[in-house]
Design a binder for this molecule. Structure first.
Ligand SMILES: Cc1cc2nc3c(=O)[nH]c(=O)nc-3n(C[C@H](O)[C@H](O)[C@H](O)COP(=O)(O)OP(=O)(O)OC[C@H]3O[C@@H](n4cnc5c(N)ncnc54)[C@H](O)[C@@H]3O)c2cc1C
Length: 380
């Protein structure tokens, strides 16, 4: 974030998080990409640093900060070291808000302290093989039976899917009712009938485990339903702006970092007796990227402040998600081009950024769906 939006406490927090990312993540990340996931110890270390508990109240072992700028700093610092795989933002920006808003006090006491320390890793399961953009077609169902629900179905593309200890699921509790029959519930890894498939083989985000999850007659106690049964669609819609803004934050920070590495490269690389940055074409490209990222940064920071003030609208979050992720991919592609053949080599940071950025236009709701949301807000 621009420093004008940060207090001294934010800056101290940012510097500590930056040092953590540079020491504990950046040097090991390539090894973890090969392993297809980060180690559990990293989650525990992140928990110790307060990375997983910014918003969790102190009574449940968190930092109790109630200020989204801290989450933004964490997402930005991960993007800065080019390690967008660890699913911390999934926990902080997607899973924790559901837990804080809709868990009973008893459930908060049971679950939140373990989430804060990194002992328990969470995931969000909305997408299914036949229902991604069109969530109303969800088939996974949880049917009431006495004092519990019986869960059946499957979810796909679930980030943290191999490592998660629990998953917040969107399910149908009343399949006849369409959106009104949708509920959110927590399925726990130790429950009988909960399993996962292989770690999915993706083109990027290699350090993040992404998996299919299966539920075969899983017995879910009724206290694991979030809020009220039948309100799931509304809860999803309520939480999506924060998830989408988080994607935009990662996008702008990762593209800013890519531009920095590229400026450096353009100074060092010589062709035709000149620094490659001094060719008019390169200079104009750098100027365009700098301009567009300056605009993106202002917009994203404004959205962060609005989320804090609870005035961020769904359509504005959709604008940030679609426009910034498009820009991120464009900037990173231009940066790769300026690296020439070296940009295509995996040992260069820009190559990883290129692979990892592509999914930003897809997950969290595709950019086409973002335009639908914006268009609908205009009365169409
Ligand atoms: C790496 C990765 C991690 C993910 N993590 C998670 C996760 O943690 N949890 C989770 O629940 N999901 C996750 N997803 C799933 C992701 O959110 C979906 O892939 C996404 O919402 C799109 O759904 P789909 O893949 O079924 O595509 P579809 O919905 O089948 O869309 C296919 C194409 O049709 C277009 N399209 C569809 N409907 C419309 C329309 N009305 N107008 C215009 N175009 C349209 C889409 O934009 C897209 O281009 C992840 C995906 C990936 C790749």
């Amino acid at each position: 974030m621009q420093e004008k939006y940060l207090t001294e406490e934010h800056i101290m927090f940012r510097d500590a998080i930056r040092a953590f990312m540079e020491q504990e993540i950046e040097p090991h990340y390539e090894k973890w990409e090969k392993a297809g996931q980060v180690p559990r110890e990293l989650w525990l270390k992140a928990g110790e640093m307060g990375i997983l508990s910014t918003m969790i109240p102190e009574e449940y072992g968190g930092l109790g900060l109630e200020d989204y700028r801290y989450n933004a700093i964490i997402a930005e610092e991960l993007a800065r070291v080019n390690a967008t795989g660890p699913g911390f933002a999934i926990q902080n920006d997607i899973v924790v808000p559901y837990l804080l808003r809709y868990l009973t006090d008893e459930q908060k006491k049971r679950i939140l302290p373990k989430v804060a320390t990194g002992e328990w890793i969470g995931a969000l399961g909305m997408s299914e093989p036949a229902a991604g953009s069109d969530l109303q077609r969800l088939k996974t169902n949880a049917i009431k039976s006495g004092d519990h629900y019986i869960l059946n179905g499957s979810k796909t593309f679930i980030s943290n899917g191999m490592m998660c200890d629990f998953v917040v699921l969107a399910v149908k509790t009343n399949p006849e009712l369409g959106a009104k029959g949708m509920s959110m519930l927590i399925a726990e890894r130790t429950m009988e009938g909960f399993s996962n498939g292989e770690n999915l083989d993706k083109i990027g985000l290699k350090g993040q485990d992404t998996a299919e999850l299966f539920f075969d007659n899983v017995k879910i106690p009724e206290e694991n339903i979030l809020g009220e049964a039948g309100h799931g669609f509304y809860y999803l819609m309520n939480n999506l702006p924060q998830e989408r803004l988080s994607i935009a934050i990662t996008g702008v920070a990762n593209a800013e970092a890519a531009l920095e590495w590229t400026i450096q490269y353009c100074k060092e690389r010589i062709a035709f007796g000149k620094q490659i940055g001094s060719f008019q074409h390169s200079r104009f490209k750098l100027a365009e990227m700098h301009t567009e990222l300056t605009i993106a940064r202002s917009f994203v920071d404004e959205c962060i402040m609005q989320l804090n003030e609870k005035t961020l609208t769904a359509e504005k979050a959709a604008m940030a998600k679609y426009w910034v992720s498009d820009l991120q991919c464009k900037v990173i592609d231009n940066c790769l081009q300026l690296h020439g053949g070296y940009g295509y080599m995996n040992e260069y940071k820009i190559a990883r950024a290129f692979r990892d950025s592509r999914v930003q236009k897809i997950y969290g709701g595709t950019n086409e769906i973002m335009k639908e949301i914006i268009g609908r807000s205009m009365g169409f």
